[in-house]
Design a protein around this ligand. Sequence first.
Ligand code: MG
Length: 390
Amino acid sequence: MKRVSILGSTGSIGSQVLDVAARLHDRIQIVALAAHSNVDLLVDQARRFHPALVSIGKESLAGQLRERLRDLPDIEVASGNEGWLRAATLAQADQVVVSVAGAPGLLPTLAAIDEGKQIALASKEVLVAAGEIVMRRAREKGVSIVPIDSEHSAIFQCLNGEDPAAIDKILLTASGGPFRHLPAEEIERVTPEQALAHPTWKMGKKITVDSATLINKGLEIIEAHWLFGVEAEKVEVVIHPQSIVHSLVRFADGSVIAQLGLPDMRLPIQYALLYPERIDTGLPRLDLLEVGALTFEAPDLRKFPSLRLAQIAASTGGTMPAVFNAADEVAVGLFLDGKIGFTDIIVLIERAMSRHEPMQTPDLEDILAADAWARRATAASIEGAKIAGS
Ligand code: MG
């Protein structure tokens, strides 16, 4: 029996982790559920899985959560930053799933590693902001970090039993998002509704917008750089609209190994939960004859400058990736609130990066300071940006 704690249980990934855990109830026991603010769903999940601990991030909702679970006195209720840390370090947990939206997953992830918990990582922002610190600490503690991100799960599987020194190139596939065929001059007028309609994956809002700008792919370049210890220049993005080949690795001898599957996150989730074991997922199987053609094309870097920005952030290193990530989180929020246009997201990230004096070999405090600065600077800079609709 593996005992699992989920940070971000009410989000898209967290809910699917629980679907997989319910199916594997004789193998997986949920011991902690932590969510940001969705009390209704968290209460449902607590009743269904009966964990030892539930936690709500938003302090003001703690009383309501406690009240609604009053008839289950053996479930401990926690809240706020303390609650995230309690769920990450709970003595009963063997593995911690980190699927909390954005950079707030960083401190609980480090706390879980310090306690020797195995990590199943869905929040790529954790590695983007502080990859060097997180990977070093995981090595020191002998903790494995198994990615849930579909591309990174694919690369992880391709590298099974291989010498990382023999990696020649990582080929990161991207669906291309909903605007692959949209003329460059129309991209400016994209609305949140259009950006939220992803062609192949059903995901949370932030990552869906990030997929439309290709920022998500930029974050994934940096994630792969840290996770697999390869230079960012060795990670190449290939547009693959069918989302069947989840990524590929080319080795020194020219051989290319790929992982394929239908686009369903429950597959990489189960892989991360049961690694290294493979058992039936109960999901539909990939039928290559039904798919027919798999196509590949180069990304349009003029239309999607995000990939270039991510490469700059990765090669600058230090605190720059944290700024890239934090500016994006704020800019996506402003776009979804109708305060800026679609292409302004990139403008704001570029502006934050150009104003930032990156610090090399930062410690955790330096990273958190850079992250906080980028959030403030991006939120304050919209007076100078073009406002949506104008
Ligand atoms: Mg992905």
